[in-house]
Design a protein around this ligand. Structure first.
Ligand SMILES: C[S@@+](CC[C@H](N)C(=O)[O-])C[C@H]1O[C@@H](n2cnc3c(N)ncnc32)[C@H](O)[C@@H]1O
Length: 545
């Protein structure tokens, strides 16, 4: 039997039989981690399968493959996660309901060239922090097959997918949109808190994988397999074209943001659809970014991951500010910057293009010439959050472009939400008359010479979320240490400034002459300190009582 090129269900009973086998084999995320080990699992996400292969080989050599036993689980991991070959009988024993014939009919396995069977798709369990457990099928990855990936490769759950899912600020909404759905991972998370999700992709293959995965997980996702459209609509088309004229409460996208040199006469078949939008430079990201304002309902938010080019001599955020539609708030966090050469190497490796050294060398040169043609000095990567303000509601984020290169907490979404809520709560709030306390996760570090009574530097450090740090002035340090919730911030700021000014005057011979001029400066210092306190409140280092 020739297996189809895609996983397909022809009936709901097919789904139920496959599900029953996966459950009986204990093909769960936790069981797979227990089998291969946590480090090996992390390495797998980075497409480094050696440690996991070794662990599973040990398990397989220890026992015969039977449904519901660890040996059955080992066979499934070997085939579907690690790309191994098994005898038909072994797989049939591990999945007795569907059997190898059934797996071929569903497009999940195929005859291996040297005998036995192998996976036609990658199928693996996925578990999220909110308790969501799924099985997700995608195209087989680089470690399953020799050679370069197919151009219409449907991406599995990679590091970027996990990052976007973890960054998404989740709230109960009516409608959500996932642009570039791939195997469906963002959509499945959205279905947990959105009444209806619309998912788009240029690739019919991607939509077929998403449909298969949605059906396979219909119970967990609360989908009626006979009426999937009631909760999930799949639309083919480019970027926002399939949803023109519609608006959504939440939009997410892990778009094909990789910047790839265009070649003369190239066609869609020449591109890796999963990562290359087919436009020069970062134009695909720009087009999506500029268009997001049209599909956001009032109060609606969009989050995506992106790469952007940084021209020589320009500030990285300049173009991004221009791309942000009028009236939208934006919070952009640049997480990484690569040189053109490092960027080219990284993406040649990603699709295993570097397995052909001659072609890879030529392609590397094309990347560098392409970047040079636009005078690109670096390529930024980061997180994008946009919001269309709602009339009559306080919105305090405005436009923030910041670089955060240090490690941050994951999942980051709840922390982003906390900062957004704090920024909104600050609108119209008179911070000077509010009382504040230092957040639980905040510490100070002092730096100075041993035995020196005065530290040379005091650093305020946030222990979670974006893990921000602030090097404090003496006044700022005094203010933060006095924030115990008893006295309003403005009064504390005035007291701290007075104390520091008195100290300075004591040390100053011309104190009288300076006193009058100092009055004005003092007021400004107090205002600056209160503004600093407001920044700390917004960032979650101070909490208004
Ligand atoms: C990086 S993958 C992301 C897949 C999935 N959403 C995730 O988070 O893992 C990008 C997806 O965008 C799709 N795509 C490529 N060009 C597109 C376009 N012009 N419009 C919409 N989707 C596109 C690809 O087929 C692919 O499924």
């Amino acid at each position: 039997m020739v297996s189809p090129d895609l996983p397909v269900f022809s009936s709901v009973s097919d789904v139920d039989v496959l599900r029953a086998d996966l459950v009986a084999a204990r093909f769960t995320f936790d069981a797979v981690v227990a089998l291969v080990g946590e480090d090996a699992m992390d390495a797998l996400v980075r497409e480094q399968p050696a440690a996991a292969r070794w662990a599973v080989e040990q398990a397989r050599s220890a026992g015969a493959s039977t449904a519901g036993t660890d040996a059955g689980l080992a066979a499934l991991v070997w085939v579907f996660v690690l790309g191994g070959v098994v005898e038909s009988a072994e797989l049939s024993a591990a999945m007795p309901g569907v059997g190898v014939e059934g797996l071929m009919r569903l497009g999940l396995v195929e005859p291996a060239p040297g005998g036995g069977v192998r996976a036609a798709v990658d199928l693996r369990p996925h578990a999220a922090d909110d308790g969501l457990e799924l099985w997700v099928a995608s195209d087989v990855g680089a470690h399953h097959r020799e050679g370069v990936l197919r151009k219409d490769h449907v991406l599995g759950i990679g590091q970027a997918s996990l990052t976007l899912a973890a960054n998404t600020v989740r709230r109960d909404v009516d409608t959500a949109l996932d642009v570039g759905v791939g195997c469906g991972i963002q959509t499945f998370h959205l279905l947990r808190h959105a009444g209806h999700v619309t998912a788009t992709d240029l690739s019919e293959r991607a939509l077929a994988f998403t449909r298969f995965n949605a059906l396979l997980n219909y119970e967990q996702l609360a989908i009626d397999p006979a009426d999937m459209d009631a909760r999930l609509t799949l639309l083919q088309g480019s970027l926002l074209e399939p949803v023109a004229g519609r608006q959504f409460d939440v939009v997410v996208s892990n778009p094909p943001f990789v910047i790839t040199p265009r070649t003369v006469g190239e066609s869609e078949e020449d591109r890796f659809t999963y990562r290359d939008g087919g436009l020069p430079g970062d134009q695909l990201v720009e087009t999506l970014w500029r268009g997001l304002g049209d599909v956001l309902a009032p109060g609606g938010t969009a989050q995506m991951l992106a790469n952007w080019e940084i021209p020589s001599g320009a500030h990285w955020a300049q173009r991004l500010d221009e791309w942000t539609p009028q009236g939208l708030e934006a919070w952009v966090i640049q997480r990484d910057v690569e040189s053109p050469a490092d960027y080219a190497q990284m993406w040649l490796r990603d699709a295993s293009e570097d397995r052909d050294p001659v072609a890879a060398q030529r392609r590397f040169g094309e990347y560098l010439e392409d970047f040079a043609s636009r005078d690109v000095e670096g390529v930024g990567f980061g997180y994008v959050w946009l919001r269309r303000p709602e009339v009559g509601r306080a919105h305090g984020v405005g436009r923030v472009f910041e670089e955060v290169l240090r490690e941050v907490d994951s999942p980051l979404g709840p922390w982003l939400k906390r900062e957004i809520d704090a920024a909104d709560a600050l609108v119209g709030l008179d911070v000077a008359s509010a009382r504040a306390v230092v957040a639980e996760d905040v510490t100070t570090e002092t730096y100075g010479r041993p035995l020196d009574p005065h530290p040379q530097m005091i650093v305020l450090r946030q222990g979670s979320g974006l893990r921000r740090t602030h090097a404090l002035t003496t006044e700022q340090a005094g203010l933060v240490s006095a924030c115990d919730g008893d006295v309003p911030v403005g009064a504390l700021a005035a007291a701290v400034v007075e104390l520091v000014t008195d100290d300075d005057l004591d040390a100053d011979a011309d104190a009288d002459a300076d006193a009058a001029a100092g009055q004005h400066g003092t007021q400004r210092q107090v205002r600056d300190l209160v503004d600093f306190a407001a920044t700390l409140v917004r960032q979650g280092l101070l909490v208004i009582e």
